[in-house]
Design a protein around this ligand. Structure first.
Ligand code: SAH
Ligand code: SF4
Ligand code: F3S
Length: 464
C-alpha cells in the first residue's frame, strides 16, 4: 500500500510553488496525498519566517504534531521552507517529533533525504545549485492560475528582511525552461500564469544573453492557449521602461502592478536600504500610469521601522494618497534576528505601531472605496472561476437582479484583469470556469465588485 502524506503551507506564493514541487517529488516516490492528519504517514510543514508570528505558528503546529505522534508512533514529521532554512537545528532540537528538516534550496534532494529519514533523523539545509536543465516534477493545485517561478533567491538584502538568508542568492531560470513550464501548464488546462520572483524586474541580469523581464513577458505573450499573465513582486529600484512598456504592449499581461513602497520617507527608505527615494518611487508610478491604460497598483507597507518619526509616517500617508493604490498589504515591523535592522536603535512601542497601523488603514480604506466607486458604471473583463451560492452574493448592488431565491444559481465569481474579485450575475447563460466575460459593474465594494453580464458578454470561451 502506498504511503500517505499531507503538507501544510505557510507564507507566500513562493512557498505554495515549492509545495507543488515537493508534492511532485513525493508522488514520484510513490506517496499519495491525503486530507487527514490521522491517515498520514508523513506530515510536512512548509514554513515561513518573514515575521515573528509566522515562526510562532510553526512551533505551535509542531507541538500539536508531537501529540499526534504519541498516538501514531509510525508518523514521520518533516519541516521545510524558509524557517527551516534559517533555524533548522533549533527546530529539530525543540520539536521532538521532527524526523526531517530540509531547506528551500535543496528540495531536489528530497528522494534521498526520505530514504535517510527511515534510518535516522535528518537535518540538511545545505543549498545545492539549481538544475536548470529540466523541469522539476510538479503537481499543481487546482484553479485556473498556475504559479511559475522565474527566479530563485534575492540579492537585495533590505535591512529588515530574512528572505536573502532563507532563499539564498538570486538565480534566474533560463527563459526556454520558463516557456516550457508555461506551455506545460497550459496543456494541463491552466488559463493564467503568475510569474514569481522576489524581484522579477532584475530577471536575467546576471545571465549574459538572457532576456530581460520585459522580453520574457513579450515572449510569453505568444504562448497559444494562455489567456492571462500576472507577476510578482516588482522591486521599484529595478522597475524600468522596458518592463512597463512590455506590460502596456502585451495583451495577455494583466494591468496589475504590485510595487511595494515599504515607506514614504527617504530617511527610512535609506535605513531600509531599498535603493530609491519617495520621489523616484512616484516617478515609476507616473510612468506606469502613463504607459499602462487602466492600470491597477498595489503595494506593501511596513509600519514602525526603527526610528520612524511622526513626520516620516506622514510621508507614508502622503504616498498612499498620491500613488492611489487599489489596495495595500500593511505590516507592523517585526524585528528579525540576523538582519541588520535587528540591531538598530529607536524601536517603537507597540501602541505607536497600532495607532499608525490604524490610521494608515483608514487612509487606504478611503482610497480603495473611492477607486472602486469610480469603477461603477464601467465594464470589466472577468475570468470566471465558478458559481457562487446565492447567499454569498453581494448586498447593496443597485440594479443587480434579486437573487434571494436559492434556486437562482446564476451568480458567478472571478477576477478582473486588475485582479479585483468580481461577482457577476450571468443573464440567461451559464459561463464555465475559464470563460472570459464582460461585466457591467453595479457595485464597488471594498473587497469585491459586483455586476451583471449580458448574454453577449462572452469574450472568450474556455479552450478557444
Ligand atoms: N520581495 C518582495 C517582498 C517579499 S516579503 C519585495 O521586495 O517587495 C513581503 C513583504 O513582507 C515585504 O514587502 C514587506 O512589506 C514585509 N516584510 C518583510 N520583512 C518584514 C519585517 N521584518 N517586518 C514586517 N514586515 C516585513
Ligand atoms: Fe526582502 Fe528586499 Fe529581497 Fe524583497 S527585495 S525579498 S524585501 S530583501
Ligand atoms: Fe515567502 Fe515567508 Fe519565505 S514570505 S519567501 S515563505 S519567509
Amino acid at each position: 500500500m502506498s504511503k500517505k502524506f499531507k503538507i501544510f503551507t505557510y507564507g507566500c506564493q513562493m512557498n505554495r510553488y515549492d509545495t507543488e514541487t515537493i508534492t511532485g517529488y513525493l508522488e514520484a516516490e510513490g506517496y499519495e496525498e491525503t486530507e487527514s492528519n490521522e491517515s498520514a504517514d508523513l506530515i510536512l510543514l512548509n514554513t515561513c519566517s518573514i515575521r515573528d508570528k509566522a515562526e510562532q505558528k510553526v512551533y505551535s503546529q509542531i507541538g500539536r504534531l508531537d501529540k499526534l505522534k504519541k498516538t501514531n508512533p509510525a508518523l514521520k514529521v518533516g519541516v521545510c521552507g524558509c524557517f527551516a532554512t534559517r533555524d533548522g537545528e533549533a527546530i529539530a532540537k525543540r520539536g521532538k517529533a521532527v524526523d526531517l528538516v530540509f531547506g528551500t534550496q535543496n528540495i531536489a534532494k528530497l528522494p534521498m533525504l526520505l530514504e535517510e529519514m527511515e534510518e535516522r533523523r535528518v537535518v540538511d539545509t545545505e543549498p545545492i545549485a539549481p538544475d536548470f536543465t529540466e523541469l522539476a516534477p510538479m503537481v499543481r493545485g487546482g484553479g485556473l492560475n498556475a504559479f511559475v517561478s522565474i527566479a530563485r533567491g534575492c540579492d537585495n538584502f533590505c535591512t529588515f528582511c530574512v528572505v536573502p538568508y532563507t532563499r539564498g542568492p538570486e538565480w534566474s531560470k533560463p527563459s526556454e525552461l520558463i516557456v516550457d513550464e508555461v506551455e506545460r501548464a497550459v496543456e494541463e488546462g491552466f488559463r493564467e500564469v503568475t510569474l514569481l520572483g522576489q524581484n522579477v524586474n532584475s530577471y536575467g541580469r546576471k545571465s549574459p544573453g538572457e532576456l530581460t523581464f520585459g522580453g520574457l513577458m513579450r515572449r510569453l505573450n505568444d504562448v497559444n492557449g494562455l489567456e492571462r499573465i500576472r507577476f510578482m513582486t516588482s522591486h521599484p529600484k529595478d522597475c524600468d521602461e522596458d518592463m512597463v512598456d512590455a506590460m502596456g504592449e502585451s495583451p495577455k499581461v494583466c494591468e496589475h502592478l504590485h510595487l511595494p513602497v515599504q515607506s514614504g520617507a527617504d530617511a527610512v527608505l535609506a535605513r531600509m536600504e531599498r535603493g530609491y527615494t519617495a520621489e523616484e518611487y512616484l516617478e515609476k508610478v507616473s510612468l506606469f500610469r502613463e504607459r499602462v491604460k487602466d492600470g491597477v497598483l498595489t503595494s506593501d507597507v511596513i509600519i514602525g521601522f526603527p526610528g520612524e518619526r511622526d513626520e516620516d509616517f506622514e510621508r507614508t500617508l502622503r504616498v498612499l494618497r498620491e500613488a492611489r493604490y487599489d489596495n495595500i498589504y500593511m505590516f507592523k515591523y517585526s524585528p528579525r534576528p540576523g538582519t541588520p535592522a535587528f540591531d538598530m536603535e529607536d524601536t517603537l512601542p507597540e501602541e505607536v505601531l497600532t495607532e499608525r497601523f490604524e490610521e494608515a488603514s483608514r487612509v487606504q480604506r478611503e482610497m480603495t472605496e473611492s477607486l472602486h466607486a469610480e469603477l461603477v458604471g464601467g465594464v470589466q473583463e472577468v475570468m470566471v472561476e465558478g458559481a457562487v451560492k446565492p447567499r454569498s452574493a453581494p448586498a447593496g448592488c443597485a440594479g443587480c437582479p434579486d437573487f434571494a431565491d436559492e434556486s437562482d444559481s446564476n451568480w458567478f465569481a472571478g477576477r478582473s484583469r486588475g485582479n479585483h474579485r468580481v461577482q457577476l450575475y450571468a443573464e440567461g447563460f451559464t459561463p464555465e470556469p475559464g470563460d472570459v466575460v464582460e461585466v457591467k459593474i453595479m457595485r464597488g465594494g471594498i473587497h469585491s465588485l459586483a455586476g451583471v453580464s449580458p448574454p453577449s458578454a462572452v469574450v472568450m470561451e474556455e479552450g478557444e
